[in-house]
Write a protein that binds this ligand. Structure first.
Ligand code: FMN
Length: 184
C-alpha cells in the first residue's frame, strides 16, 4: 500500500511545504509507505482539453498531465495538504484534480488544511468534490491556523496534532485497504 501526500499549493513562497513535510515526517515510522507529491513540480497547464478525463484512457495528450496521471495512479490513498483560498479550494489543486479521473477512482483520502482561519471551509468543499470520483473521505482531519500554529512563519504544531495525525493515518490506511477491494 502506498499513500501520497499532495502539496496542494503551487504558489511561490508557499507555506504548504512546511505542513506537508511535517505530515511526512510523522508518517516515517509507519509500516505503510508515505511519499510527498509536489504538485508544483508537475507544472500542469490549465485544463482546456476537448476530451473528458473519464473517457481519456489515461492519455491526456500532454506529457505533464500524463506524468501526473501516472503518479496519482500508483497510489492507494492520499493526504491533500490544502490551503484555503477565498473561503474555497485552491484553483491549482482543483485544476489538477479535474485533469484526471480514473486515477482517483475508489481510493481513500484525508485532508490537512491550513489558513488564517484554519481552513475548515476548504475541507468541507473538498468532500463533495472527491465524492464524484467515488473516493472515501475519512472523517479525521487536521487544520492549522497561520495565526496560532506558526511562530515567525515556522510551523510549530502542538502535541495534540501529533496524536491527531496518528489517528488520521490509522483511519486512512484502513480505508485505503478497504477501497482497494472495490478496484479489483
Ligand atoms: C489567493 C489567496 C486567498 C486566501 N484566502 C484565504 C481564506 O479564504 N481563508 C484563510 O484562512 N486564508 C486565506 N489566505 C491566506 C492563506 O492562508 C495564506 O496566504 C497561506 O500562506 C496560503 O498557503 P500557501 O502559502 O501554502 O499557498 C489566502 C491567501 C491567498 C494567496
Amino acid at each position: 500500500m502506498k499513500i501520497g501526500i499532495v502539496i496542494g499549493s503551487v504558489r511561490d513562497g508557499r507555506i504548504g511545504v512546511q505542513v506537508a513535510n511535517w505530515v511526512h515526517e510523522q508518517a516515517k515510522e509507519r509500516d505503510v509507505a508515505y511519499d510527498l507529491i509536489d504538485l508544483k513540480e508537475f507544472d500542469l497547464p490549465v485544463y482546456t482539453s476537448s476530451r473528458v478525463p473519464a473517457a481519456s484512457d489515461k492519455n491526456y495528450g500532454d506529457d505533464r498531465v500524463n506524468r501526473w496521471s501516472g503518479t496519482i495512479d500508483a497510489y492507494d490513498g492520499f493526504v491533500f495538504v490544502t490551503p484555503e483560498y477565498n473561503h474555497g479550494v485552491p484553483g491549482g489543486l482543483k485544476n489538477a484534480f479535474d485533469w484526471i479521473f480514473p486515477e482517483w477512482w475508489s481510493k481513500a483520502i484525508a485532508f490537512v488544511s491550513y489558513g488564517a482561519a484554519f481552513g475548515f471551509r476548504v475541507i468541507e468543499q473538498w468532500r463533495p468534490i472527491v465524492a464524484n470520483a467515488n473516493m472515501f473521505d475519512i472523517k479525521a482531519q487536521l487544520s492549522f491556523s497561520t495565526m496560532i500554529d506558526f511562530e515567525d512563519g515556522i510551523l510549530t504544531p502542538a502535541q495534540r496534532h501529533t496524536d491527531e495525525v496518528t489517528r488520521l493515518f490509522e483511519s486512512l490506511e484502513a480505508a485505503s485497504g478497504a477501497m482497494s477491494t472495490l478496484r479489483q
